[in-house]
Design a protein around this ligand. Structure first.
Ligand code: UD1
Ligand code: MG
Length: 432
């Protein structure tokens, strides 16, 4: 859609968020708030996206978004003032304005807005929504099917406070008309800011039509406070869970689980309670994730059993039909097929072959005080309980490690490695 430039307003002070930095950089389900909206903007106008930022958040937004198309609003004098800053950069016929703090909007909502805008006689179109809790939002005054005016919370008369139809802030307009009329927006006397929604009153006085579409409250939530942030998080979690259920994921208590925006779960997976799965993790078909497990940045292949209370740290791959049991921690490790690490173990910086059994309490001692060292355990190895495997180390195929051993040398194929002093039994002696 090359006739549209999308502008994201991200220069506010985040005062109501009560944080030391811009609210827009906070991760919402694993992705900064601003990135949620930026990804949508790119889908709508490709490279034709501009972000209005401030001097404080410029560098951080630049690195998060990996773009140089940032324009600094020098002083935070309101949303109309922010738009003035992009005037010289917008060359397209139409301008779409998105708010950085409204990240739950969906591409289909914007496409619907653009569709209505292009099919109608209106020179601007906006997205409105109905809510039982309109406090804080600008309210729409209508004239038949068109927007006559938007009144901000601070300027509402008592009876207008009951209006439930609110402004989402998302607006598309003919570029030329918007900039011609923008300068006529006056400063609000109380807030000393110039409000972009005031453009509606200016347009309607000149009989320039503004229409609107209605979207759901859940997709139009504006994040001003930490309370709004919490709401946004729970809306997204419900959305992700519903998407997983639709693909055939079976949950025990989904409301106790957490997923990030990039979690992928295939059909036939069972997820018990209090499970966290984040940072681009993929769980393949038929796997069960038992309660209290925490999985980040990893791939779990088909038909595995993970947990209860397992921790899978980034860059791990668990092969088909494997079992990672209770109080087992896996980090940066490739685990083969049909492997059992069932209890109380730490396996880090390791490569484990197929059909390996790792006994309870086994530790890969991967850190020599300076560097992380690698442990390689080949196919069909049996590691007895409570073994310490001091890396760097290779245990070759079909070998066995006796329980309680500290293994400091490589073990060849088909061997038994045992590090144990002889047991003495002295009859009728006390421990003294
Ligand atoms: C705004 C709208 C309100 C709407 C609501 C929807 C105005 C005046 N009001 O209110 O009608 O119902 O959003 O969520 O527009 N920003 C700048 N520069 C500034 C001020 C703000 O870039 O000088 C940016 C903010 O970073 C934010 C967006 O504009 O992303 C909206 O600003 P915010 O202060 O959150 O406006 P609201 O009070 O939520
Ligand atoms: Mg806001």
């Amino acid at each position: 859609m090359s006739d549209i430039t999308t502008v994201i307003l991200a220069a506010g002070n985040s005062t109501r968020f009560k944080a030391s930095k811009s609210k827009l950089v906070y991760p919402l389900c694993g992705l900064p708030i601003i990135s949620h909206i930026y990804n949508i903007a790119k889908k709508i106008s490709g490279k034709n996206v501009l972000v209005v930022c401030n001097n404080q958040n410029k560098e951080e937004l630049k690195s998060i978004l990996n773009t140089s198309k940032l324009v600094v609003q020098k002083k935070q004098k309101g949303t109309a003032d922010a738009i003035e800053y992009v005037k010289k950069y917008v060359k397209s016929k139409n301008i779409l304005i998105l708010f950085g703090d409204t990240p739950l909007v969906e591409v289909k909502d914007i496409r619907k807005l653009i569709g209505k805008f292009k099919r109608s006689k209106a020179k601007a179109s906006l997205i409105a929504f109905n809510t039982m809790k309109p406090h804080g939002y600008g309210r729409l005054l209508l004239n038949k099917n068109y927007v006559k005016e938007i009144i901000e919370q601070i300027n509402l008369q008592a009876k207008q406070k009951k209006i439930n139809l609110c402004n989402s802030g998302i607006l598309i307009s003919n570029t030329k008309l918007l900039f011609e009329n923008l300068k006529n927006i006056k400063e609000n006397k109380i807030k000393k800011e110039r409000y972009l929604p005031d453009i509606c009153k200016i347009f309607s006085k000149k009989n320039i039509l503004i229409n609107y579409i209605e979207c759901t409250e859940d997709t139009m939530l504006g994040i001003n406070t930490l309370d709004d942030f919490k709401k946004a998080q729970s809306i997204l979690q419900k959305k992700y869970i519903q998407k997983f259920i639709n693909t055939g994921v079976n949950f025990l208590k989904p409301e106790t689980c957490y997923f990030s925006y990039d979690t992928k779960i295939e059909s036939g997976v069972i997820i018990e309670s209090n499970v966290t799965i984040k940072n681009s993790t993929l769980i393949k078909k038929g796997t069960t994730i038992k309660s209290n497990s925490y999985i980040e940045g990893s791939i779990i292949e088909e038909n595995c059993i993970i947990g209860p209370s397992a921790r899978i740290r980034p860059l791990s791959l668990i092969g088909k039909n494997s079992k990672i049991g209770n109080f087992v921690e896996i980090k940066n490790a490739k685990i083969g097929k049909n492997v059992a690490i069932s209890h109380l173990s730490y396996v880090g910086d390791a490569f484990i072959g197929n059909k390996v059994n790792i006994g309870a309490g086994t530790i890969t001692c991967n850190y020599d005080g300076k560097k992380k060292q690698k442990t390689i355990i080949e196919d069909n190895v049996f590691v007895g309980s409570n073994s310490s495997l001091v890396a760097p180390l290779i245990i070759k195929k079909n070998s066995k490690i006796g329980a309680g051993s500290v293994i400091t040398k490589n073990v060849p194929n088909n061997s038994l490695a045992l590090e144990r002093s002889d047991l003495k039994i002295l009859r009728n002696k006390s421990s003294k």
